[in-house]
Design a protein around this ligand. Structure first.
Ligand SMILES: Cc1cc2nc3c(=O)[nH]c(=O)nc-3n(C[C@H](O)[C@H](O)[C@H](O)COP(=O)(O)OP(=O)(O)OC[C@H]3O[C@@H](n4cnc5c(N)ncnc54)[C@H](O)[C@@H]3O)c2cc1C
Length: 289
């Protein structure tokens, strides 16, 4: 069993990994398919000690070289669930991956798109965050796919090959997906409705007050980040952020969190510092055990 599973693909995860490696701990990083996406977004970084007039792209390349040098791999799978069991954690991820760890550090960042009404209520009951995990459940059925980023278009393609009909709701610019069974709806969804299972997506009313509703068998929410509460049942959160103590521990024993997912300020310095503290806390926790 691994000493630690790091979930996330940003600077907090990199920082935690470097500290765990320096302390001789075994770990894996599940970073999702868009490792470093947010790091690269910064046009110019001027507020990180020692870096001046460095672009996000240059910063990412430096981090990537450092990881390569240390032989640390960031796995491209997105974690889909974290389950606290007696003295250990089970983490599930895309591609039917299951990993066991004595501890977990969540470094999942923040999602700029807030959950829509009904999303968390119907999670696991017709709402899914994972195309490859749940796609086959909707073979020859009608689904809605809400996607917040171009980097996940391959997951839309995957779902369109399985489903009979896809209502694609893109919340990003430059959509390049087309297909006979794909109908794009460029409107803001208001809520997901249903009974025992989700069965419809209702859109915000247009200027004329008309409100479109589409009937579906399931809804996929394709996002870079999943809300921490949805990822890990029982985790204490406040206004979407994970509640942590100064040692980055959460209300779940053995589970730590670092970076933007624990709250503001959303900055590299805080995320890197917290990743480092979380890893040291893991080392102490394991020694205590
Ligand atoms: C345009 C822009 C410019 C910025 N400029 C600056 C700046 O100049 N200076 C500064 O200090 N800060 C800046 N920031 C903020 C900075 O980018 C963030 O504070 C920092 O990246 C947070 O790091 P993080 O590791 O906590 O999260 P993130 O960098 O958001 O990384 C989290 C990663 O985890 C992945 N992930 C989420 N859920 C899962 C899952 N279930 N399984 C696997 N992976 C998952 C996400 O896809 C994401 O890649 C900027 C941000 C933006 C958007």
């Amino acid at each position: 069993m691994l000493d630690c599973i790091i979930i996330g693909g940003g600077v907090a995860a990199v920082s935690a990994a470097l500290t765990l490696q320096a302390n001789g701990k075994t770990f894996e990083i599940l970073g999702g398919s868009s490792f470093g996406a947010k790091i690269k977004k910064a046009e110019m970084i001027n507020n990180y000690p020692g870096l001046c007039k460095v672009s996000g792209e240059q910063f990412f390349n430096a981090l990537k070289s450092q990881l390569d040098e240390m032989q640390i791999e960031v796995k491209p799978q997105k974690a889909t669930g974290v389950y606290a069991m007696k003295g250990k954690f089970l983490v599930t991820a895309e591609g039917d991956l299951t990993i066991e760890g004595k501890t977990v550090i969540l470094c999942t960042g923040v999602e700029s798109v807030k959950p829509i009404a009904g999303e968390e209520e119907f999670l696991g009951r017709g709402v899914s965050y994972c195309a490859t995990c749940d796609g086959m459940l909707y073979k020859d059925k009608t689904i809605a796919v809400l996607c917040t980023t171009k980097s996940l278009e391959h997951e839309i393609e995957y779902l369109a090959k399985i489903a009979k009909k896809v209502y694609l709701i893109p919340l990003y610019k430059g959509v390049e997906i087309d297909g006979e069974n794909i109908e794009k709806i460029v409107k803001m969804p208001e809520r997901i409705e249903g009974g025992l299972k989700a069965n419809a997506v209702v859109f915000k009313a247009d200027k004329n007050g008309e409100q479109r509703t589409v009937s579906v068998d399931g809804v996929f929410m394709l996002k870079e980040s999943v809300s921490p509460a949805a990822l890990c049942g029982g985790l204490q959160t406040e206004k979407g952020h994970i509640v942590v103590k100064r040692d980055q521990s959460t209300n779940l024993k053995g589970l730590f969190a670092a970076g933007d997912c624990t709250g503001k300020p959303y900055q590299y310095a805080k995320a890197i510092g917290e990743g480092n503290i979380a890893a040291h806390s893991v080392v102490e926790y394991l020694a205590g055990k």
